[in-house]
Design a protein around this ligand. Structure first.
Ligand SMILES: Cc1ncc(C[n+]2csc(CCOP(=O)(O)OP(=O)(O)O)c2C)c(N)n1
Ligand SMILES: [Mg+2]
Length: 583
């Protein structure tokens, strides 16, 4: 059956190619100009539509889903300022390399820069933050144009994945009528018979199948790296934040062959999982490496690095101060090394590289390995014995990671939560997928990103967040009901930005309290009624443990608020730090 008008034909082709190219979900925001796209994705059997009212939340929800699945989620918006609300998530997707496909509807070209309503300049709106941009042609029932449209959508989906995944922007102009109303003659009666490929595409396959083969390191490169690893006296692996980087199995093979311990960032996807133990995973970088005198001295003479720049500043500084040879393995050949200390960049698939080295090396554990593992064991014993009088922020992070069920998806907000997970979350063999927005480290969109990740898994979903981040994206809580996600939200409420106590500005008050710490005195309990969730306040570590245990096993969403004292929590972190001198 031929479409009632060109816009319907166009929207349907977009939806078909999205689904055939592997997109499973589309976040749709209400608006008129995007009607042809909205009607088409809503009607498509293979696309799950998540309806969002706030575009910023929609884009972060899609981002979170992309982080969890490694596949792009699409976002559809109307024209105008709606499109700019996607920008923070696009930036994060760019820098954290998360697949994301943005479809913005636009007014027809002659109305651009004319003063027409809800018309803004959407051309290349996100600049260099997207892997690919295309202004689609105006819809028309035309063989070549429709083939070009189908190819453009497949190309766009393809550009979101591969060695350098990220966001892609398609801008789609439409003129009225936008609804599936009959426009006689707009699509010729015989169009489907004349041009079946343009009209229907390839039925069960995308119009263009895009396949990105991983970049394999050459034998010569692997031989050289293996020789360097064999020669090293104190080798170290560093795994930075990466959603889809080195796998646990490849990390284990590398550790087995080289005996190198691995400093695993909490967001590396290697701090937790069945490989821990085999892969010689150590953690607590934020505390251990900041110890004075240094706990690991002399340091490594050879470092193999995977993932982005580590969250832990002490780890970054430690690497910067080292004169070891440092090889960064980056599948996209990107530059994510802001200490400017790497000596080699290898643009190759991390798993291929790790396995290739492992096959060529047989040196195994030595005294250096045992020293690092022993230090790690003593560090975690110190953390376990550390018993502050009050329930403080580090304890919350410890409970969230230690008591998370096997398996679980744990989204960790920026600011102190991710740092506390680094410092207080001991490596475990439980299958925890720990995610965060560390590409641009915004405290915006955290709730939505977490719920988007939760929408893509049957795992229990946990969000560990600060109060400012919770407030910032409280709009995102609407997705609990609208998108059918359950979560356990552990809300660390220290009445403002506790992180700023760590900065020298703390000593300058004013403006410290009013402009940096920003206590707000907000009572978050009413978000329980507003968003139909259970809100509970916990006061003790036992209370937190019990409420957490119940929540992760229960249906519905529970917010567990822990009120903490930011300054006291910092003093406790320092007290832990001072004990490390004795390790
Ligand atoms: C969108 C955005 N705005 C501002 C900042 C700067 N910033 C970093 S941490 C922070 C405070 C976060 O407070 P909260 O979520 O309560 O965490 P806490 O510092 O208390 O651990 C702010 C405003 C940012 N990273 N992102
Ligand atoms: Mg706070």
């Amino acid at each position: 059956m031929t479409a009632p008008n060109r816009n319907t034909l166009w929207g349907r082709a977009v939806a078909e190619e999205l689904a055939r190219a592997g997109v499973e979900a589309v976040c749709v925001c209400p608006g008129s100009r995007s009607t042809p796209l909205t009607v088409a994705v809503d009607a498509h059997d293979d696309l799950t539509v998540y309806s969002h009212l706030d575009e910023r939340s929609a884009a972060f929800f899609a981002l979170g889903r992309g982080k969890r699945t490694g596949e792009p989620t699409a976002v559809v918006t109307t024209s105008g300022t709606a499109t700019a609300n996607l920008h923070p998530a696009v930036m994060e997707a760019n820098q954290a390399r998360v697949p994301l496909l943005v479809l913005t509807a636009d007014r027809p070209p002659e109305l651009r820069d004319s003063g027409a309503n809800q018309t803004v300049d959407q051309q290349k709106l996100y600049g260099d933050a997207v892997r690919h941009y295309r202004d689609l042609p105006e819809p028309e029932a035309d063989d070549r144009k429709l083939r070009s449209l189908r190819a453009s959508v497949c190309r766009a989906v393809g550009e979101t994945t591969g060695a350098n995944p990220g966001p892609v922007h398609l801008n789609a102009p439409f003129r009225k009528p936008l609804e599936p109303t009959d426009v006689p003659g707009d699509v010729p009666e015989d169009f489907a018979d004349e041009y079946p490929l343009a009209e229907r595409g390839r039925d069960d396959a995308p119009f263009v199948s895009v396949d990105h083969a991983p970049a394999r390191p050459t034998d010569a490169t692997l031989d050289a790296l293996a020789a360097a690893a064999e020669d090293a006296e104190r080798g170290l692996l560093v795994a930075g934040p990466e959603d889809d980087g080195l796998s646990g199995d490849a990390a284990s093979a590398l550790a087995e062959a080289t005996g190198f311990p691995m400093l695993a960032d909490p967001l590396s996807d290697l701090r937790f999982g069945p490989h821990v133990g085999d892969a010689l995973v150590v953690g607590g970088n934020d505390a251990v490496l900041a110890a004075d005198p240094p706990a690991l001295d002399p340091g490594p003479d050879f470092v193999l690095r995977f993932g982005a720049s580590p969250t832990s500043k002490p780890l970054r500084k430690y690497l910067a101060a080292s004169d070891a040879r440092q090889v960064v393995v980056d599948p996209a050949g990107g530059w994510r090394e802001a200490e400017f200390t790497a000596s080699d960049l290898l643009a190759a698939d991390p798993d291929e590289t790790a396995r290739g080295i492992a096959e060529r090396v047989d040196s195994g554990r030595d005294a250096w390995t045992e020293r690092v593992l022993d230090l790690d064991a003593r560090y975690w014993r110190t953390v376990a014995d550390f018993d502050p009088d009050a329930l403080l922020e580090g304890d919350v992070a410890r409970v969230v990671a230690a008591d998370a069920p096997d398996s679980a998806t744990v989204f960790v907000s920026n600011s102190m939560p991710v740092r506390d997970v680094d410092r207080f979350a001991e490596p475990r063999t439980a299958d925890l997928t720990v995610l965060g927005n560390r590409g641009a480290s915004g405290i915006d969109g955290i709730v939505s990103s977490a719920l988007g990740a939760g929408s893509a898994t049957d795992d229990p979903l946990v969000l560990l967040t600060g109060d400012v981040a919770y407030y910032h994206d409280s709009n995102g809580l609407l997705a609990l009901e609208r998108c059918g996600v359950d979560a356990t939200v552990v809300l660390v409420n220290n009445d403002g930005g506790g992180i700023f106590h760590m900065l020298p500005i703390e000593a300058f008050d004013p403006p410290f309290t009013g402009q940096f710490k920003t206590p707000h005195g907000l009572d978050f309990a009413p978000t329980g009624d507003t968003y139909d969730l259970e809100f509970a306040r916990v006061e003790t570590i036992e209370g937190l443990r019990e409420a957490y245990r119940q929540s992760v096993g229960a249906a519905g969403t529970q917010v567990l608020e822990v009120r903490t004292d930011a300054a006291a929590s910092h003093r406790e972190r320092e007290r832990l730090q001072s004990r490390l001198a004795d390790l």
